[in-house]
Design a protein around this ligand. Sequence first.
Ligand code: KG4
Ligand code: ZN
Length: 337
Amino acid sequence: MGTILAIETSCDETSVAIVKNRQVLSNIVASQIQLHRTYGGVVPELASRQHLETINLCITKALVEADKNWQEIDAIAATCAPGLVGALLVGVTAAKTLAMLYQKPFLGVHHLEGHIYASYLSEPDLQPPFLCLLVSGGHTSIIYVKDCGLYEMLGSTRDDAAGEAFDKVARLLNLGYPGGPIIDKLAQQGNPQAFKLPEGKISLPQGGYHPYDSSFSGLKTAVLRLVQKLELEGDLPVADLAASFQDTVAKVLTKRTIKCALDYGLTKIAIGGGVAANSGLRKQLLTEAQKHNLQVYFPPLKLCTDNAAMIGCAASDHFAHGHTSSLNLGVQSRLEI
Ligand code: KG4
Ligand code: ZN
């Protein structure tokens, strides 16, 4: 394993980190949340421009904070997929340019693999196999982690990602952006049993339901209809709505994940992505996991949300396995893990 300089620019965080094995030497994250807040979501063109403005400063800061110079960097990595193409291009182009300039190997990293590796950063002794639940603004995935580079996607969302559902429901309740943390806070004051909402099961052609896939768009529409009805009646119990919505999402994710772990005989579950911060999800997962003797790992929030340290950790493991990428590697908005 070597010392990796890693870059993450797949969405709205410009991040550069220096990682050695499973140790974070620096992890600079410049968030663009303020920039996109006015629009109620990430504006791709603005994201790319902001990455360009910020990236050089982040690279310098990451080196200074880690007390490293270019001679001490063994390889340069960047997230190459999936994500916003213009945004990804900024990070990948910076990484390739540095790799050429300083004659270092380059590694392109899958963004979801990065989220999986965030668990190794907070739990250096964690070993595969384990199940990873990734819940962010762009993904809701249940992944069987078998080894470095060996993953099986067992469950995913058919429409909105969990974080996206939080953001959309917050928007229709006029709560602001990003919606997840606001709903989470508001839900503490509400009654999670106030409204019964649909769990978004996926029907199978042969009958029954898909055990691990989920859908959140029906749930979002159900909240919309409820809001329209309650507004007409002149009373909008926002905290009860937030609590009921959060409780339903947490229930769906917990059920699917625990079932998946039990079906595949896995005893460890690692959580990643911004929605991993959700207090309702944490509570339900921990309670259910305990009932079944399963171990759950929640990395600290700064490693759950997008950051370059997780990308560096994945790159470091691949580099140790002798893997590097061609400088011709492109970026992709969608790519299976
Ligand atoms: O992983 P992340 O920072 O970015 C990507 O989407 O890749 O996740 C951001 C998402 C947003 O949708 C945000 O609303 C959600 O995570 N989020 C939460 C919480 N904190 C952030 N959702 C529910 N509860 C939270 N406490
Ligand atoms: Zn992410």
